[in-house]
Design a binder for this molecule. Sequence first.
Ligand code: SF4
Ligand code: SF4
Length: 66
Amino acid sequence: MALQIVADLCTACADCEEDCPTASIRRKKGVYIINPDTCTECEGDYDKPKCIQLCPIDNCIIPLAA
Ligand code: SF4
Ligand code: SF4
């Protein structure tokens, strides 16, 4: 259960990074990425994934493809 950032859409604005409760978001090669091993989709911390709420780009953060 994790989310991923669509690299082609990410503008590297960093808005999503600071409020991630599990510190799963970091910058890599000019875009931001989510660590799928630690992302909890914010369960237990927020009602909805905080990074999606903070990201200004529609559909930039989506469920990790199975
Ligand atoms: S869904 Fe929550 S835990 Fe996962 S990367 Fe986004 S802010 Fe962090
Ligand atoms: S808020 Fe969205 S556009 Fe900005 S760094 Fe995070 S994923 Fe990329």
